[in-house]
Ligand binder design. Structure first.
Ligand SMILES: Cc1ncc(COP(=O)(O)O)c(C=O)c1O
Length: 387
């Protein structure tokens, strides 16, 4: 048997990692400005994280959700405290798509309705409902396309109003910051109006914080910059620092009914231990403030680089904290490959010309400088080739 060939692979095989660095099988060291797609929150092979996971493995790694698991209670208490959502409940699953799927189901159970409002450019995962509310037609199969979903532009409150006025909608789902689309943050005013509007229409507001959550933007959740409190929040990626876990945070308005949601693997002992260790490290290491500081540092220096080279090189720089998008002009699209193959730096992509920075939250300013110097070298190299 061989792997089903659905991924475009870089010809690199990481075999070791520590902090913000990754080594390939030939011993070559890479700087990780990608965090394995925003997953590595507290750094690779963090000693506290590794010890907690190893210790848990020696005790018990899994039992089913039909018995008491106090690690789930401990995780929920810590997550409530660190995120500021102490009166919400937590449903645990294994991925971002599942966290969203459960959020959509809950909204539908709660309202008795089935239509969902989503946004242009949205990405919410690949399971049935999650992919139906994702605005990438090529990944929506005919089987998924029968969900009742409408897409409107982000920041267009009038378009939202005209949909919600129909009274047909169970929920509105929106990313804290659109990640896969290329780092687009909804305006704070729009989020506040959206929150008011959904409340007044009796529609559930779901904030997908799968990529933008867990301190990455300088607050625990990106929507907290706008001061809103959604009905449901979803999380995954940074939650387990690589151990698969997803969470659906549910407001006290929702009444649980036994059997309404369920999972075999979600909330298992190992996943809970990993996720609790992540929260402890974020809290004790002050990593949310550090992410804000490193993010501001990168944005400031990138803005200076943009000033120096102009729009001929960098079209736009966006983002918050350690969730940054750099739009390269067409001629400078090769900068991303050059960063990887020449400078040995992993970054994320989006569309053909966007470089996404999603490094671990504990990246140092020295590591940011390494990236910035390499970035300038790549730009210079292409500039010289074009002379
Ligand atoms: C905002 C957002 N939601 C959901 C998902 C899906 O998460 P998963 O791949 O863990 O199912 C992603 C993945 O990139 C994401 O960025």
């Amino acid at each position: 048997m061989k792997a089903f060939d659905v991924y475009k692979l870089w010809p690199i095989e990481p075999v070791k990692a520590e902090g913000c660095s990754v080594w390939d099988k030939d011993g070559v060291k890479y700087l990780d400005m990608y965090g394995g797609h925003a997953v590595i929150s507290v750094g690779h092979a963090h000693p506290v994280y590794n010890k907690v996971v190893k210790d848990q493995l020696d005790k018990i790694s899994f039992y089913s959700n039909s018995v008491i698991n106090s690690l789930q209670t401990e995780l929920a208490l810590k997550l409530g405290k660190v995120s500021g959502y102490e009166n919400y409940s937590l449903f645990l699953s294994n991925s971002g798509a599942e966290a969203n799927e459960n959020a959509l189901k809950l909204a539908s159970f709660h309202t008795g309705k089935s239509k969902i409002l989503a946004f242009k450019g949205a990405f919410h995962g690949r399971s049935s409902g999650a992919v139906a509310v994702t605005d990438i037609p090529k990944i929506v199969s005919p089987f998924n396309s029968y969900h009742k979903v409408e897409f409107v532009p982000v920041n267009d409150i009038e378009a939202v109003k005209s949909c919600l006025n129909s009274g047909e909608y169970a929920a509105v789902i929106i990313e804290g910051i659109q990640g896969v689309a290329g780092i687009y943050e909804p305006e704070a005013g729009f989020l506040r109006e959206l929150s008011e509007l959904t409340k007044s229409c009796g529609v559930v507001l779901i904030l997908d914080e799968v990529q933008s959550g867990y301190g990455r933007t300088g607050k625990f959740f990106a929507h907290q910059h706008a001061g809103i409190k959604p009905d449901i929040i979803t999380t995954a990626k940074g939650m387990g620092n690589g151990f698969p876990i997803g969470g659906t945070l549910i407001s006290p308005l929702f009444v649980p009914v036994q059997g309404m949601l369920g999972t075999t693997f979600g909330g298992n002992h190992l996943a809970c231990a990993a996720a609790t260790a992540v929260l402890d490290i974020i809290d004790s290491g002050n990593l949310i403030a550090k992410a804000a500081e490193a993010g501001d540092y990168l944005m400031d220096k990138l803005a200076k680089i943009q000033e120096r080279y102009g729009k001929e090189v960098i079209l736009d720089i966006r983002g918050r904290g350690l969730m940054i998008g750099i739009d390269m002009s067409d001629k400078y699209i090769p900068v991303r490959d050059s960063l990887l193959f020449t400078e040995k730096i992993f970054t994320g992509g989006a569309k053909s010309n966007i470089i996404r920075l999603l490094p671990p939250l504990n990246i140092t300013l020295e590591e940011c400088d390494v990236f910035l110097e390499s970035f300038v070298r790549c730009v210079e190299k292409i500039k010289n080739e074009q002379k």
